[in-house]
Design a protein around this ligand. Structure first.
Ligand SMILES: Cc1cc2nc3c(=O)[nH]c(=O)nc-3n(C[C@H](O)[C@H](O)[C@H](O)COP(=O)(O)OP(=O)(O)OC[C@H]3O[C@@H](n4cnc5c(N)ncnc54)[C@H](O)[C@@H]3O)c2cc1C
Length: 195
């Protein structure tokens, strides 16, 4: 189902979808489509707005959450912005991006472009690690389509464990550095083997 809003009486209709809201279908060899050219019949003088120039935001493309294969996200359970560096360290070792919940963005711990959820980005990485995140519905809707979700939370009854594939009940301030060290060693070994 594409929409939850139906507009029956008015035509034409237009819809936009945020990146990664839907899964990318497999390419089908030989599949074709029909392009229908329509004449709009619009006269330029009747358009009240004019595009004078396009000035891209120099910072907006630096954080590419929707297309990241690995995302390590942090929540308020990390307690303070300094502890957020543990999230960045694990993401760096895994070659992934850093995400966050809305309260962390609102508190100024991380940039707004890192917010995952209803009022942030929709993501579907291969691996989503959620550290100190309760799993509120507004966060869940933005990341529940991830292939594998790993949750780290001190509270065994946290809602995130209802939909995470793997759960670690523990202190993220201890678990994150342990994961970073383990992955660094494992990936380092693998890289040495490949080289
Ligand atoms: C209109 C609206 C839109 C919203 N949009 C978004 C959105 O887009 N994205 C979003 O994320 N939220 C959004 N929210 C907010 C959302 O409702 C939640 O408040 C928010 O997701 C909770 O963030 P949190 O999990 O970081 O914090 P909390 O809910 O405070 O959870 C912190 C968690 O950390 C755990 N914890 C504590 N200490 C540790 C520790 N040492 N180690 C491990 N775990 C620990 C706790 O057990 C708890 O589960 C929206 C809310 C509204 C009303």
């Amino acid at each position: 189902l594409l929409c939850t809003i139906m507009t029956l009486a008015y035509r034409p209709q237009m819809a936009t979808v945020r990146p990664r809201v839907m899964a990318m279908p497999r390419a089908e060899e030989g599949r074709t489509g029909e392009v229908v050219q329509e004449t709009l019949g619009m006269v330029e003088s009747s358009i009240v707005t004019k595009l004078l120039d396009f000035l891209p935001d120099a910072t907006s493309n630096q954080i590419n959450l929707p297309y990241a294969d690995v995302i390590v996200s942090g929540g308020k359970g990390l307690k303070n912005p300094e502890n957020f560096k543990l999230v960045f360290e694990l993401a760096r070792v895994l070659g992934g991006e850093v995400g966050a919940t809305r309260p962390c963005v609102q508190a100024g711990w991380v940039e707004a472009d890192r917010q995952v959820g209803q009022t942030g980005k929709t993501v579907r990485p291969k691996l989503y690690i959620a550290a100190g995140i309760s799993g509120a519905i507004q966060h869940r809707v933005g990341m529940e389509s991830s292939d594998v979700i790993v949750a780290i939370n001190t509270d065994p009854n946290a809602p995130i464990f209802d939909f995470a594939h793997y759960g670690i009940v523990g202190n993220a301030l201890q678990v994150l550095p342990a994961l970073t060290a383990a992955f660094a060693e494992h990936l380092g070994k693998r890289r040495r083997l490949v080289a």
